[in-house]
Every structure is written in structure tokens, then in C-alpha cells.
Ligand binder design. Structure first.
Ligand SMILES: *Cc1c(COP(=O)(O)O)cnc(C)c1O
Length: 414
């Protein structure tokens, strides 16, 4: 088989780079009212009254948690997330309490939330992982009954809808990411949404005191995205990048394998780094605004690809597949499957020139740096060891999906 399309492509378009270049050269990155316009556009879409742009989703999580809890209170959250989300809870004065996930969805288990809430719980922070909406009927009911504010991490679920209602509109606050790997991205960006005018006003006043995001940091992010875009361009990927990563993967060359691992060296943070407290530039809001029109189209393309995976793999009992929902509640940023010996499957796929990625999520409940907060979460443990991402992004062709299915079926002797 010939070389494949890559495991992921970022959603940046040539237009975004052109705009960056133009606005830096003409010194306009900080000019205009686009931040307010972007905040209104997202808030309207998510059906929340107030949106506040932040430099990253994590800064939004920090602000929301800090506002909604009293220092020293517990925050119940999923252990399948990036370690910095846990850090934001710590920096906001919260005590992380890890609640185990469900195997199929990798999302927090509502029964665990209910079991873990006590008189010192300040908030529940849920993650809609892989664009799969959590069980909102149950979670909203639990939080309402116990009178605990709910915060939704929607970094991977922009425009997902649960029973027709936008994800991010169920709690006291919700957080979105517009970082480089997200489906609406300004290389670096985020937003916190709230229904509480007082919370919004106080966070906005605080944000006005912050500087713009550091220009050199921003430009480094753009160059990183550009290098990623070039190396995953089909021409470059098929003739060069794939063979490099294939060789490294099949021969266990860690230096190269590690290049694709995020969150490699998790460290606990108890004080918010000062560079997390900065403002998005109006230019970034302009870039995001121009991407909003494609969101629904790309969502439905990912759902179509996921349906093919589902139909092609559902008779393999060794695999755990995500639930297949066509109602817009599940957006499948990737098609996440789980298998006990994922390395064997990934090696088999690579040998047959298929490019998959193993998920690198830690089970944060078992990380050394958070050992003070350890809780046994067997499902999260299994997810962190078994999760594989099959590409579902819009530019990934249907014939590539079919080749992946064929190679996986062959691995299981089908
Ligand atoms: C990407 C991501 C974040 C962090 O977003 P940033 O904008 O990089 O801070 C948080 N939670 C989840 C689930 C994510 O996927």
C-alpha cells in the first residue's frame, strides 16, 4: 500500500497565515473591536449571556474555578485531561477530586460525581472529550440537587449539542479553546462563558489590567503551526514525514517518537504563571470569526467518517468503540477506539502503511506530580493505556478511512 494521509491536520488555512503576516507588518494586531464581536458571536451560538476571551482555555478554567469556589474547596473532575487543567484547579485554590470515567465515552461517570460530592465540594468540572457530549441530564440534575456549580470544559466540543441544546450552556460557566489543534483556532486562544453578569463584570475588569499575549510567544506558535502544516501536507507527508515517523515507530527511536507526544513531563503548579494572565489580540479574534462559518460543515464530515468506522469495526468484540450518535451531540474530533494491546495494533497498522496515533492522555489521578490527590480510577487507567485515535478530520478522505478499517480487520483475522 502507498503512503497514507497523516494522522492529523490542523484546521488552519493559508488565509490565517496571510492575515498574521499582513497584520504584524502593518502593526494592526491589537487594533479594532473584533474581541467584543467574537465574544458576542460565540456567546450567541452557545446560548450563554456573556463571553470573555482568554489567552487559552486553561486560563478560562482558572478564572471560572477561582470565581465559583471558596479557597480550599474540592473540585470534582475527570482524570482524563491534560495535567495543566488539574493545575488550574490547584492555582485557583481548589482541591482536585478525580472521578472515574466511563469506558465507552471516556467522559466522567455521573454516578461517581454523585458518590464523591460532600459538604466541602465547591464545583464540578466536566470535560466533553473528543467532542462527545457528557450525560447532561444526569449531571445537571445531580449538581442542581446538591446546589453545586457546574463548569463545562468544551475545549474539544465547540458547537456540539446535547438534545438540541449547545454544550457549554448547561452549567454556571463553560470554557472553550481556540488553540492550535482545535477546530476553530487562532493558534492560541480561549473563552470563558458565564450566565452570571456579576462574574462576567468582575473577570472582565481583571482582564483589562493584563497585557496582550507576548508577541514573540505568539509568533513562535504560528511558526510551529506552519511547520506542522508543511510536514503534514500530503505531498511532504507521503514522500518524507511518514517514512521518518514510521521508521522511528517501528524501531523504537524515542527521540523522534516523543516529538508527537504532548504533556510529556507533567508538573504540579500551585501558583498561576504570570504569562497565563494576558489578553488575546483582536487579530486572533478576526482569524477565529472567519472560521466560524465552516464549523457545522466540518462537524458533519467528521461524523460521516466516524459512521464508516463504526459500521466497519462494530463486529470486532476486542475493540471498545464510542457510542454512535448522529444527532450532533457527538462530534468525534478523532474516532477514539480502545484495545488492550494497542502497540501491537499500531505496529501492524504502521507496517501496512497506515498512520494512527496513540492517545497520550495520562490518567491524572495516578500521576506522580498529583500524588497528594491520588484516587483509584481503574477505567481512566485503562483508557490511558488503550486509547487509539483514528483520523476523522475533514480533509481525510473516505478511501483512507476504508483502508484503515481493512487493515484493522485483518489484524483481528476478519
Ligand atoms: C486543548 C484542551 C485544553 C486546553 O486548551 P488551551 O487553550 O491549550 O489551554 C483543555 N481541555 C481539553 C479537553 C483540551 O482538549
Amino acid at each position: 500500500m502507498a503512503a497514507p494521509l497523516p494522522r492529523f491536520r490542523i484546521y488552519t488555512r493559508p488565509k490565517s497565515y496571510a492575515q498574521e503576516l499582513l497584520e504584524w507588518v502593518t502593526v494592526r494586531t491589537h487594533v479594532g473591536e473584533a474581541i467584543q464581536e467574537f465574544e458576542r458571536a460565540v456567546a450567541e451560538r452557545i446560548q450563554m449571556p456573556h463571553g470573555l476571551a482568554t489567552p487559552t482555555a486553561r486560563t478560562g478554567i482558572y478564572l471560572a474555578v477561582r470565581h465559583l469556589i471558596k479557597p480550599g474547596q474540592k473540585v470534582i473532575l475527570s482524570p482524563i485531561t491534560i495535567s495543566d487543567v488539574v493545575n488550574m484547579v490547584l492555582c485557583a485554590g481548589g482541591i482536585p477530586v478525580f472521578a472515574d470515567v466511563k469506558r465507552e465515552t471516556c467522559n466522567i461517570d455521573p454516578d461517581e460525581i454523585e458518590r464523591l460530592i460532600d459538604e466541602n465540594t465547591g464545583a464540578v468540572l466536566i470535560t466533553h472529550l473528543h467532542g462527545l457530549a457528557s450525560d447532561m441530564d444526569r449531571i445537571v440534575e445531580i449538581c442542581r440537587k446538591k446546589n453545586i456549580p457546574l463548569i463545562e470544559d468544551c475545549a474539544q466540543a465547540f458547537s456540539s449539542r446535547y438534545k438540541g441544546k449547545p454544550v457549554g450552556s448547561f452549567g454556571a460557566a463553560s470554557v472553550f479553546s481556540f488553540g492550535m489543534y482545535k477546530n476553530v483556532n487562532s493558534f492560541y486562544g480561549g473563552m470563558v462563558l458565564t450566565r452570571d453578569a456579576g462574574m462576567y463584570e468582575s473577570l472582565r475588569a481583571e482582564r483589562e489590567t493584563w497585557p496582550f499575549q507576548d508577541a514573540s510567544l505568539h509568533i513562535r506558535k504560528v511558526l510551529h503551526a506552519f511547520a506542522t502544516d508543511i510536514s503534514t501536507h500530503p505531498l511532504v507527508f507521503r514522500s518524507f514525514t511518514f517514512w521518518l515517523f514510521r521508521y522511528a515507530f517501528l524501531n523504537n527511536i524515542d527521540r523522534i517518537n516523543k516529538m508527537v507526544i504532548v504533556d510529556q513531563d507533567p508538573q504540579a503548579k500551585e501558583k498561576i504563571p504570570t504569562d497565563y494572565l494576558c489578553r488575546m489580540r483582536p487579530m486572533q479574534a478576526r482569524i477565529c470569526l472567519s472560521q466560524l462559518e465552516n464549523v457545522e460543515k466540518y462537524n458533519s464530515m467528521r461524523i460521516d467518517r466516524s459512521k464508516l468506522y463504526y459500521e466497519g469495526l462494530k463486529d470486532i468484540p476486542e475493540l471498545i468503540l464510542p457510542p454512535m450518535h448522529l444527532d450532533g451531540s457527538h462530534l468525534y474530533t478523532y474516532y477514539p477506539i480502545q484495545y488492550k494491546d494497542r502497540h501491537a495494533l499500531a505496529k501492524h497498522a504502521m507496517r501496512h502503511n497506515r498512520d494512527f496515533v496513540l492517545s497520550h492522555y495520562h490518567n491524572c489521578a495516578a500521576l506522580e506530580c498529583f500524588k497528594k490527590y491520588f484516587r483509584s480510577c481503574p477505567n481512566a487507567d485503562a483508557v490511558s493505556k488503550e486509547l487509539i485515535y483514528l483520523p476523522s478530520y475533514p480533509r481525510y478522505s473516505v478511501s483512507e478511512v476504508e483502508k484503515n478499517i481493512k487493515v484493522i480487520r485483518a489484524f483481528f483475522g476478519k
